[in-house]
Design a protein around this ligand. Structure first.
Ligand code: GDX
Ligand code: MG
Length: 314
């Protein structure tokens, strides 16, 4: 059997409860756990609804407040690592799934896909999706790039969505992650980077399963909303420089299927609000660093301070 964990902070309780229900009703799932940042209104609503969900689905349901485990800002990392610890201490299931709480396109099919890949013997299964245009900016500009710079000959830069919060981890891997001080320390947004890194560091086999429905979730306002996540994901990578990976690991990526129209048309953040940022708040240091870029970028970015535009970018 499997345990499913949803880390959450200030989410819409209706959305989270719907996702918990879908997980609880899945025949492979013996326990559903929601791990909250604190006792916010969502936490209270979920706690109230849990007994009824347990009765109806005949599945264990737990609502936990995250423990203070790591060394950095208390965030999603403490939430996920609290899930790891709960699984090891309270459950004897073979597999642990994580899903973001704000998924609007989640259903039992996601669990089935991961379970079937794990049935083939993979240590870990990650979901990947067609993404809305301009969604997953940190993945593209920070994480895949950083992995490519640090370990160019490894599988890490080839992981489709290395920051995705949707994955299945088999028990021996959960034990290893829980015991690794680097993973344990990463209490903030860097946790997804650390789980992906640790998969390659220990040489676990990985299957990436394609979910054509796409990851429809709460999107952002201006790109400034992502600032903390960007800094923390960058710092997590910097902290890994010099670490070694296993010599070899099996990595299979399922073929990508068709992309649905709604995913194709959606934009990941408010473009107009973000464009204005190109003109704002330039520091002397940024101007200095700009000199290191190719001419087209340098001149294009300088012109943005008068009139923001992006046509000079490829
Ligand atoms: N327990 C707990 N504690 N949960 C948290 C916290 C926290 O401090 N902060 C966020 N969460 C939950 C949140 O409620 C949601 O369920 C999930 O973590 C992801 O957060 P969300 O705000 O939806 O992040 P976003 O921007 O959707 O990012 C996700 O996808 C990114 C990506 O794939 O590009 C998330 O998994 C990121 O780590 C990832 O970078
Ligand atoms: Mg989200």
């Amino acid at each position: 059997m499997s345990t499913v964990v949803f880390p959450f902070k200030r989410e819409d309780p209706e959305v989270l409860l719907g996702n918990m229900r879908a997980a609880a009703e899945h025949p492979r799932v013996g326990c559903v756990v929601a791990v909250g940042f604190d006792e916010d209104p969502c936490f209270r609503a979920i706690s109230e609804a849990a007994p009824e969900l347990r009765r109806r689905a005949g599945t264990e349901v737990a609502v936990l407040k995250q423990e203070r485990l790591g060394l950095y800002r208390p965030g999603k990392g403490d939430g996920m690592n609290t899930g790891l610890r709960f699984f090891l201490e309270e459950r004897d299931d073979d597999r642990l799934h994580f899903y973001d709480a704000d998924l609007l396109s989640f259903d039992g099919g996601w669990i089935t896909q991961a379970e079937e890949a794990a049935d083939q013997g993979y240590d870990l299964v990650r979901h990947y999706f067609p993404r809305a245009s301009t969604d997953a900016m940190i993945t593209w500009f920070i994480t895949r790039t950083g992995f490519a710079l640090l370990w160019p000959r490894s599988e890490l830069p080839r992981v489709e969505q290395p920051l995705g919060g949707e994955l299945l981890i088999t028990r021996p891997v959960v034990e290893q992650f829980n015991a690794d001080p680097r993973v344990h320390a990463q209490s903030d947004w860097g946790i997804d980077t650390l789980y992906t890194f640790a998969t390659a560091a220990y040489g676990y086999s990985m299957f990436e399963t394609y979910v054509s429905a796409g990851k429809i979730h709460r999107l952002y306002g201006a790109l400034t909303d992502l600032r903390t996540m960007l800094v923390e994901c960058f710092a997590a990578l910097q902290g890994l420089a010099g670490e070694r990976l296993a010599d070899h690991a099996t990595h299979h990526i399922a073929y990508q299927g068709p992309v649905k129209e709604d995913v194709k048309r959606k934009i990941g953040y408010a473009f107009d609000d973000t464009l204005a940022l190109l003109a704002a708040d330039w520091t002397d240091r940024q101007s200095e660093l700009l000199q290191a870029f190719p001419k087209a970028v340098r001149e294009g970015m300088e012109a943005c301070r008068r009139w923001p535009r992006v046509g000079f970018m490829d």
